[in-house]
Design a protein around this ligand. Structure first.
Ligand code: NAD
Ligand code: IPM
Ligand code: MN
Length: 356
């Protein structure tokens, strides 16, 4: 049966990294005969320049019909002054909403070859294996907002955060299920000492925890969690948190593995799921051919695992990435003396060679 992948390169390094991941998926298809087909769609600033909107209706329709979506990244300084509703970032937010992608899985596993690369000491990061379960279509990202208004004679702007009980219940249940396949621990992260939404979050998590007595559930304030990630990351198994905290904590956690260019993600909902690296369009290195493609390649492994149920193929990709690192290949974000320097293309070719 045909498995149709909609590829959305987006902006900046998006094209370079999705090209790499598609090569990997094509090689996998030659070996595992999955029957992959590919279709390309526009989103982000590139779509805005061409069609006047960052998220064309065609892109949404194609994504809805796909077996899975592979997404690069959107955004760039050239679109910073575009009106807020048409900013490139609206593309990824709009797709998440249109596809109902309420869960964002961001695994952080420190590869043994890379524990020397973190600015943190190897003895702190070694053994870290965290799954961040980020709520993706609620919270302050999607509440009412006002870009500018005059209030009591001064200009102000505001964003409203809201979470409903069902929204927190479904993400918490997902986190419990995920923990059950791992080390049976969930840390819920909030700011319930200050925010009403966080108090509802914590009450709801506590209720769901009581229904899952086999899972050890604890709570941390987000400020403390940010610190704990840096001082004792190995204490975590699954972290469940809201949209904004999950965004920030996952970039912080990326430091454990030495580079954000290693961090994949899966955004899952009831319809089609979407796979993308956690990093952005990296305008500072875009077009140079030096971006680390591994986050996107590892996202394609998650695509094979979660959307296509091709576990062996997913493992083959992950093993090939491990092998490339073990052999000493490094893109500039991870390069040190004594290793083999790879640009995006070389790293991709090396991974392809190791796929079996
Ligand atoms: P960024 O993640 O693009 O870059 C942060 C730093 O990490 C930069 O120094 C960059 O060079 C480096 N980096 C990122 N990915 C890399 C890779 N694969 N290999 C090597 N180095 C890499 O974050 P930013 O600079 O804050 O944002 C740039 C643009 O991307 C903004 O417009 C932002 O809104 C957008 N963004 C988009 C997404 C998305 O599409 N999902 C995610 C995050 C940021
Ligand atoms: C991410 C990004 C997005 C987010 C932006 C580009 C809207 O930072 O995927 O982590 O904040 O969710
Ligand atoms: Mn982010």
């Amino acid at each position: 049966m045909e498995k149709h992948i909609v590829v959305i390169p987006g902006d900046g390094i998006g094209k370079e990294i999705t090209t790499a991941a598609v090569k990997v998926l094509k090689k996998i298809d030659e070996i595992y005969h999955i029957g992959l087909t590919f279709e390309y769609q526009y989103a982000g600033g590139t779509a805005y320049d061409k069609f006047g909107t960052p998220l064309p209706e065609n892109t949404i329709e194609a994504a809805k019909k796909a077996s899975a979506v592979l997404f690069g990244a959107v955004g760039g300084t050239q679109w910073d002054s575009v009106e807020p509703a048409l900013r490139p970032e609206k593309a990824v937010l709009g797709l998440r909403k249109a596809l109902g992608l309420y869960v964002n899985l961001r695994p952080v596993k420190v590869q043994k070859e890379l524990c020397e690369y973190s600015p943190l000491k190897p003895e702190i990061v070694t053994g870290s294996d965290i799954l961040i379960v980020r709520e993706l279509i609620g919270g302050i990202y999607f509440g009412d907002k006002c870009e500018s208004e005059i209030h009591n004679g001064v200009e102000r702007a505001w964003d409203l955060e809201n979470y409903s009980v069902p929204e927190v219940e479904r993400i918490t249940r997902f986190a419990m299920e995920a923990a059950r396949k791992r080390k049976n621990k969930v840390t819920s992260v909030d700011k319930s000492n200050v925010l009403a939404t966080s108090r509802l979050w914590r009450r709801t998590v506590t209720k769901i925890a009581a229904q899952n007595p086999d899972i050890l559930v604890d709570n941390l304030y987000v400020d403390n969690c940010a610190m704990q990630l840096a001082i004792r990351p190995t204490q975590f198994d699954v972290i469940v948190t809201g949209n904004l905290f999950g965004d920030i904590l996952s970039d912080e956690a990326a430091v454990l593995g030495g580079s954000i260019g290693m961090m994949p993600s899966a955004s899952i909902g009831e319809l089609t799921s979407l796979y993308e690296p956690i990093h952005g369009s990296a305008p500072d290195i875009a077009g140079k051919g030096i971006a680390n493609p591994l986050a996107t390649i590892l996202s394609s492994a998650m695509l094979l695992r979660y959307s296509l149920e091709e576990e062996s193929a997913a493992c083959a990709v992950e093993k090939a990435v491990d092998a490339a690192l073990e052999e000493g290949w490094r893109t500039p974000d991870l390069y040190k003396d004594g290793f083999k320097k790879a640009d995006t293309n070389t790293m991709t070719e090396v991974v392809l060679q190791y796929i079996k």
